[in-house]
Design a protein around this ligand. Structure first.
Ligand code: NOJ
Length: 575
């Protein structure tokens, strides 16, 4: 055994989580930490790993099983860190590799696993590979790791394809030759600072496999795979057109991707302690989505269907039904995701007249009713926490933070904002630093007197962790109570769900389901209260509710969790 392997084995051995359940990921509650905005220990206004380490007790108290960290690598931050310069190090503003190793260890000691973000589709234009490629001749090996291509037309000044960027605008940028003349074009599905890698190139595959090993060796329990359905492109560069069947789109969800993830799965499976692959997959066809979750590919992928759906029993039921049906044949658990660092916070989204989510619809100045949004976000939190599978919580949702919609425009850094010509507010409104304590900014996010990288609204004094922790009715307490129950009740997490359509006959706005023999979740998505009297009268007992019950009446826009007795279910058999 060489010394590298020895070190690796030794590290992996010391990095075993305290609980050895190989199926931990099927029911896990995973908390998403956007490092830049979680907690700042050194006072530069930007969050850091020391800040996370100082608040691990908070996450333990909240009751999470794992943390997913957004990219924490050195990066010029052209896209919030999704433009990576070195996948084996830590951004100097966040700390050092030693800090990350200590954090992984300390979290594990508390029973909290670490999931990191890997970004395989593209790298930073400052990455040595891309700098080398720019300096090299057209046709040189250094350029083959990317998608360099001559332009069309007589002078090569026409763009090679009209593929559309997820960030709006063109997907190709023209280079300049050393003599100042216009050169080849290179592909970037996001910003020009994020050149796409060529996944047909062996170096690209090898490099990413080594990156996985690098982090698994350091005890990470899994990787979240960014833009996972985009890696492979059609080398013939066709336009998006009518002749392409499923799996043949030039840039998305191509059949060849599955081989990449099979090789990643083999690497993950070679480690002790179940290291998981979690895909960020925005694929509209739910069966093609589920194909990534076959048992030799990824373990799970984010289910974004639910968060895009409008508020309401019928739309939620349809999303849940389709999601569970698509996952069943591949034997993978679903994930439940109310938000993340890319989408509008639920409190704001659910308070609007249009409660659906779509990136292209985002605009400034859309009115929202904060009270309604808050009630619905709390109700949705209890709903998703009761569904079968794993649960993701984006930092700050447990505090009921709203989207910050009045950030000064000159402070917005998100390329989605400026690439839209300033029409799209972008995603920084859900990335504002967390309020921990105190009466005014920086609310103990940073040491007093520091200026946070995005300003916090002064009204957040009512939403700080300190203000909510001791209030049994706060959103933080609701999340903590729900996660504690979820841990204690064997019926929750992975498993089956039984719809209970006649739990409350005639209540059309109600979504009801049972888990196991004695648990039920009742969601009232209508405005009017519904009476839980028939269930309580038959022995049902309220375990938790997102709004205070008035007698046996569950207010509108609220969810209740119930413990059932055999009498309750006999009286109201499952639908
Ligand atoms: C998805 C990430 O969640 C998002 O924040 C990022 O901008 C794109 N992928 C590009 O990496």
């Amino acid at each position: 055994m060489d010394s590298d392997v020895l070190t690796r084995t030794a590290r992996a051995a010391t990095a075993q989580p305290p609980t050895h359940d190989p199926l931990w990921w099927r029911s896990a509650v995973i908390y998403q930490v956007y490092v830049r905005s979680f907690a700042d220990a050194d006072g530069d206004g930007t969050g850091d790993l020391a800040g996370v380490r100082a608040h691990l007790g908070y996450l333990k108290d909240l009751g999470v099983d794992a943390i997913w960290f957004n990219p924490w690598y050195p990066s010029p931050m052209a896209d919030g860190g999704y433009d990576v310069v070195d996948y084996r190090d830590i951004h100097p503003q966040f700390g050092t590799l030693a800090d990350a190793e200590a954090l992984i260890r300390e979290a594990l000691a508390l029973g909290i696993r670490t999931i990191i973000d890997v970004v395989p589709n593209h790298i930073s234009d400052q990455h040595p590979w891309f700098q080398e490629a720019l300096a090299a001749e057209p046709g040189s090996p250094a350029r083959e790791r990317f998608w360099f291509h001559p332009g069309k037309g007589e002078n090569g000044d026409e763009i090679p394809t009209h593929w559309v960027s997820s960030f709006q605008g063109e997907t190709w940028t023209r280079t300049t030759n050393p003599d100042g003349t216009p050169g080849e074009w290179y592909l970037h599905m996001f910003t020009p600072e994020q050149p796409d890698l060529n996944w047909n190139h062996p170096d690209v595959r090898r490099e990413h496999e080594e990156i996985l090993r690098f982090w698994f060796d350091r005890g990470v329990a899994g990787v979240r795979i960014d833009s996972a359905a985009l890696l492979i492109k059609d080398a013939d560069l066709p336009e998006v057109g009518e002749k392409q069947g499923p799996g043949q789109h030039p840039t998305e969800d191509r059949d060849e991707l599955h081989d990449v993830y099979r090789s990643w799965r083999a690497i993950a499976d070679s480690y002790a302690g179940t290291r998981v692959l979690v895909g960020e997959i925005w694929v509209p066809d739910i069966d093609r989505f589920a194909a990534y979750l076959r048992d030799d590919e990824m373990h799970t992928a984010f289910n974004f269907d639910f968060l895009a759906r409008p508020w309401g029993a019928a739309s939620f039921r349809e999303s849940i039904r389709q999601t569970l049906a698509a996952h069943a044949p591949v034997g993978a658990p679903s994930t439940w995701v109310l938000s993340n660092h890319d989408v509008t916070r639920p409190v704001t989204r659910y308070g609007r007249a249009d409660t659906t989510f779509a990136f292209l619809k985002k605009r400034f100045g859309v009115p929202t009713d904060p009270e309604l949004g808050r009630n619905r976000a709390r109700a949705a939190a209890l709903l998703v926490a009761a569904l079968p599978g794993s649960l993701y919580i984006y930092q700050g949702d447990e505090l009921g933070l709203p989207e910050v919609e009045d950030l000064p425009r000159d402070l917005i850094e998100d390329p989605m904002h400026y690439r839209s010509g300033g029409v799209d507010p972008g995603r920084d409104g859900c990335r504002v630093p967390l309020p921990w304590a105190g009466d005014e900014p920086p609310f103990a996010f940073s040491p007093d007197g520091s200026r946070t990288w995005l300003p916090q609204p002064p009204q957040w004094r009512a939403l700080t962790v300190e203000a909510q922790r001791s209030d049994p009715h706060s959103t933080f307490s609701l999340y903590r109570d729900a996660l504690a129950l979820r841990r204690d009740l064997p019926a929750l997490g992975d498993g089956d769900l039984d719809w209970w359509d006649d739990a409350l006959p005639g209540a059309d706005d109600v979504l009801a389901f049972r888990r196991g023999d004695d648990f039920a979740c009742i969601v009232n998505t209508g405005e009017d209260p519904v009476s839980l009297g028939p269930l309580i009268g038959a022995g049902g007992q309220i375990l938790l509710a997102s709004s205070p019950l008035e007698g046996a009446s569950l207010p509108g826009d609220s969810t209740a969790w119930l413990r059932l007795t055999s009498l309750t279910t006999t009286t109201h058999p499952a639908g």
